[in-house]
Ligand binder design. Structure first.
Ligand code: GRF
Length: 209
């Protein structure tokens, strides 16, 4: 039986789309029960709705500074949809321990850097500024420390001469879309962490244009 997954987004939702596409396969171990956003007009919400997936928006603004109340509302909605696993996919709010503890061990995030390193925002510009020759993305379990939970899977890309933050971001994004569904499936299936990495390494990186 497929496990029920909730996806939290704040924006365009391309990783969400990759998860939806993977979940459409009969042998994928998860189905997407709800796409939830703190941004009512997030483009990803419309994409999910068009794909026939249940969506909801719970804007944080009406809750003011009461993060716990906003998160309690999120949890209520996720529980009502029967969500067992949560995937953060471009969800642009830091979650409090209330939410993190509720989904401990079953909440994942995708971060556009090879963690540890380049935690936080603007990772592509910072990789370029640091002169990195390798960059990439990481799927990790969410803990109370930002971008610091146990690593489930990673994919690396080269940094090429002439790269801008945008060209580098696009190269990483291709890998994000492969990595996230593989890592979620491995976690749900109880596969050890190396299995997710193997799933990615077994598919060589596409040639760089
Ligand atoms: C991705 O780069 C992801 O790694 C980061 O936020 C971005 C979300 O993009 N956490 P999208 O909304 O999935 O297209």
């Amino acid at each position: 039986m497929k496990r029920k997954v909730g996806i939290l987004i704040s924006g365009r939702g391309s990783n969400m789309q990759a998860l939806l596409a993977a979940a459409a396969a009969p042998d994928y171990p998860a189905e997407v029960a709800l796409v939830l956003s703190n941004v009512a007009d997030a483009p990803g919400l419309a994409l999910a709705a068009a794909a026939g997936v249940a969506t909801a928006a719970i804007p944080h603004k009406p809750f003011g500074r009461d993060r716990a109340a906003h998160e309690a509302a999120l949890i209520e909605r996720l529980e009502a949809a029967g969500v067992e696993y949560v995937c953060l996919a471009g969800y642009m709010r830091v979650l409090t321990p209330l939410f993190v503890r509720h989904y401990a061990g079953r909440m994942l995030n995708i971060h556009p850097s090879l963690l540890p390193g380049l935690e936080g925002v603007d990772t592509h510009a910072r990789a370029l500024a640091a002169g990195a020759r390798l960059h990439g993305c990481t799927v990790h379990l969410v803990t109370e420390d930002l971008d610091a939970g146990p690593i489930l899977a990673q994919a690396a890309v080269p940094v090429l001469p002439g790269d801008t933050p945008d060209t580098l971001a696009a190269r990483v994004l291709v890998q994000e879309h492969r990595l996230y569904p593989a890592a979620l499936a491995a976690l749900i299936s109880g596969a050890p962490h190396w299995a997710a990495e193997t799933a990615v390494l077994a598919n060589p990186l596409p040639p760089v244009a």
